[in-house]
Design a protein around this ligand. Sequence first.
Ligand SMILES: Cc1cc2nc3c(=O)[nH]c(=O)nc-3n(C[C@H](O)[C@H](O)[C@H](O)COP(=O)(O)OP(=O)(O)OC[C@H]3O[C@@H](n4cnc5c(N)ncnc54)[C@H](O)[C@@H]3O)c2cc1C
Ligand code: FES
Length: 263
Amino acid sequence: MNNPYLPDAYKILDIKKETQIDYTFKIAYEGALVGGQFMEISIPGVGEAPISICNYDDSSLEMTIRKVGNLTDQIFNLEKGDTLYMRGPYGNGFNLDHYRGKDVVFIAGGTGLAPIRKTIDHFVNNPDEVKNLEVLIGFKSPKDRLFIDDIDRWSEKNCVTVTVDQGDDSWTGKTGLITTHIDKLDLTNISEKIAVVVGPPIMMKFMLFELIKKGFKEKNIWVSFERKMSCGIGKCGHCKIDETYVCLEGPVFNYTTAKALID
Ligand SMILES: Cc1cc2nc3c(=O)[nH]c(=O)nc-3n(C[C@H](O)[C@H](O)[C@H](O)COP(=O)(O)OP(=O)(O)OC[C@H]3O[C@@H](n4cnc5c(N)ncnc54)[C@H](O)[C@@H]3O)c2cc1C
Ligand code: FES
C-alpha cells in the first residue's frame, strides 16, 4: 500500500527573489493542478509545511515562500538545481465556474496574493469570461510587494488597485489600509458582485466586515484559509473546526460556511 505521507523529490528550476523574505521557487512538476491548492513541502530531517501553488504550467509549478521558521529558513539555503520534497496537491482550490459570467473583485492582502495569483491571471487573460473584473491588492510597504511584473501586466487592463499601508520616498501610488479602498470599487451591482478575499487573519476579518456592511451578499463572498495544518490529508485533526476538515474541504470556502470557521 502507498504511504500517503511519503513525499517525492522534485528539481528546483529557478528561484526569484520577490522581497528580502519572500522567494518564488519554480519546480519541475507534471500533473493536474488548480490555483489555490497547496503542496506539503519538506526537507528530510528538518520539517514539512503546507505552501500554496501560486502558478503552474504543463511542466512546472511555482510557490512563493516566506522565510519565517525552521523549514523555510532551510529552504532559502537551496539553490537552482537542488531537490525539494513535496507531496500533494491537496485542497479544493478556486473553482473558476463560481466566477464565470459574474462581476468579480479579487481582494488580496500581502502573501494572500499567492494563492489567487493564478486565478486572477486566468481572468485577466480571458476577460470575456467575466462580466466585470477588479483586483484590489494591499501590501505593508512598497518593498513588501510581490509579483510586481504580473501586477504591472494586469494594470494595463485598468482593473487593478494597489495600495500600501505606508509609502516611502519613491512610492507614487496609493496609500492607506486596503479596507479604505473599497469605495473606489465599482459598487453599482453590489448585491450580485462576487468578492474573493485572501490575506492575513486580521485583514480578512476587517475586510469581510466592511464588504458585508457595504451590501455584499454572504453567498457571493469566497475566502481561502491559511490556518494551521499538518498532514493535509484529513488524518491528524490539526485543521479541524467542529466537523470541518479545512485541509480536505478547503482551503477555499464560501463565506456562508467560512463565517463559522474564522477563529
Ligand atoms: C493552506 C496553506 C497554505 C499556505 N501557503 C503558504 C505560502 O504560499 N507561502 C508561505 O510562505 N506560507 C504559506 N503557508 C504558511 C506556512 O505553511 C507556515 O508559515 C509554515 O509554518 C512555515 O514552516 P516553518 O517550519 O518554516 O516555520 P515554523 O518554524 O513552523 O514557524 C511558523 C511561525 O511560527 C513562529 N514560530 C516558530 N517557532 C516559534 C516559537 N518557538 N515560538 C513562537 N513562535 C514561533 C514563526 O515566527 C512563524 O511565524 C500556508 C499555510 C497553509 C495552511
Ligand atoms: S491537516 Fe491533518 S486533518 Fe487537516
